[in-house]
Design a protein around this ligand. Structure first.
Ligand code: GDP
Ligand code: ZN
Length: 351
């Protein structure tokens, strides 16, 4: 009756599957919440994981929270029922003299954009609810690497994260060739941005774009990611890459990912030591989907299972010849495909 009408949605790391959750007390909590008479129920965002504790930012502060046992035990397979970026509901315990109050998470909202990586042949969400991936390259020093941009676009799209292709060091683009490369992405329909951390060009636009969102910055070392962060919010750069300690609970230190709050609203995703946009969770047969200009040609390939590598009568390769697909985009596809294929091990069952 009352108990079974209520569901809390828990998201499974692997496939965003809904898990039924009909606990009586949870239902009561949700009722109270909906009635607006539960002043100790908060919502917030997990900004860091520290052992069994999640640090949750509810706008007023960052609270160490544990995960309600009923949520944990329903997800036997799930090592991380809660991860960085999760939007959660929690109850804060009563304040006691000299003891920092703790929260208990009783609900996790459905995840959207996710950064994932492979951990022992399983897909693992490192950060949930990421809105944007700002894919940074530089006009010079180092010169733009379209292949890297394409890889990061594929990974972002697979994680349901909106890619933004950012060309930094525009002050060094003397012959305009880097800007011309960026036009390729704009013409494909991607949001593009031209910036200079030195002259300040495009910084305001970048700030506006990522305000109130969760954004990951990706790109080769030296393209100016830290300089851009510092330009959009000078308090950020210092904190990126360092372990945030203020709510440390006992022996546990933060695991890799954290969200860092921007002064003007929103978060930057920090994944020290971890490739934030890892291509290995992308299934081989999905790669073509993330090259937006490919799917219109695919139905015209001679073989239904054409992989667009060595097959005769391949319409994708014909489109490259005819100028409809940029050769560097095709190169990127072929490289990613061959690399993922070399990686593939049916025995391990990786995607
Ligand atoms: P990261 O490795 O991507 O974080 O790159 P950094 O922010 O450390 O920048 C690498 C170098 O590029 C530094 O020497 C910066 O001063 C320089 N740099 C960053 N942005 C710009 C820019 O817009 N124009 C120019 N000319 N140099 C820049
Ligand atoms: Zn083909």
């Amino acid at each position: 009756g009352d108990l079974s009408r209520h569901r809390t949605i828990i998201v499974n790391d692997e496939d965003a599957q809904k898990v039924d959750e009909g606990g009586g007390e949870d239902a009561a909590e949700i009722d109270a919440e909906q009635a607006g008479d539960a002043p100790d129920v908060h919502d917030g965002v997990v900004v860091a994981m520290r052992g069994l504790y999640a640090d949750v930012d509810d706008g007023e502060g960052v609270w160490p929270c544990t995960v309600r046992r009923v949520l944990r035990t329903r997800l036997i397979e799930e090592r991380h029922p809660v991860t960085v970026g999760d939007k959660v509901h929690f109850r804060l315990e009563k304040e006691r003299e000299g003891v920092q109050p703790e929260g208990v998470i009783h609900k996790v909202e459905q995840r959207r954009g996710q950064l994932r990586r492979m951990v022992r042949n399983r897909i693992h969400t490192i950060v949930a609810n990421v809105d944007y991936a700002v894919i940074v390259s530089s006009a010079a020093q180092p010169s733009p690497k379209p292949h890297l941009i394409d890889r990061y676009i594929v990974t972002s799209l697979h994680g349901e994260i909106t890619p933004i292709v950012c060309l930094n060091k525009i002050d060094l683009d003397e012959d305009g060739s880097a800007a011309a490369m960026l036009d390729r992405y704009r013409d494909l329909g991607y949001r593009t941005l031209v910036t200079s951390a030195v002259t300040g060009a495009g910084i305001e636009e970048l700030r506006e774009l990522i305000k109130d969102r969760a954004t990951v910055f990706a790109g080769q070392s030296g393209v100016g990611k830290s300089s851009l962060l510092n330009a959009i919010d000078p308090s950020l750069e210092l904190r990126v890459g360092e372990v945030v300690q203020q709510t440390s609970k006992g022996r546990h230190t933060t695991t890799t990912a954290t969200l860092i709050k921007m002064d003007f609203g929103g978060y930057v995703v920090d994944t020290p030591g971890v490739k934030s946009l890892d291509i290995s969770p992308v299934p081989i047969n999905e790669i073509e989907l993330y090259f937006v200009e490919f799917p219109e040609h695919v139905p015209n390939c001679k073989f239904a299972d054409c992989r667009h590598i060595h097959e005769a009568g391949c319409a994708v390769k014909a489109a490259v010849e005819a100028g409809g697909i940029h050769p560097e985009r095709y190169e990127s596809y072929a490289r990613i495909f061959e690399e993922r294929e070399a990686d593939y091990d049916p025995a391990k069952g990786n995607p």
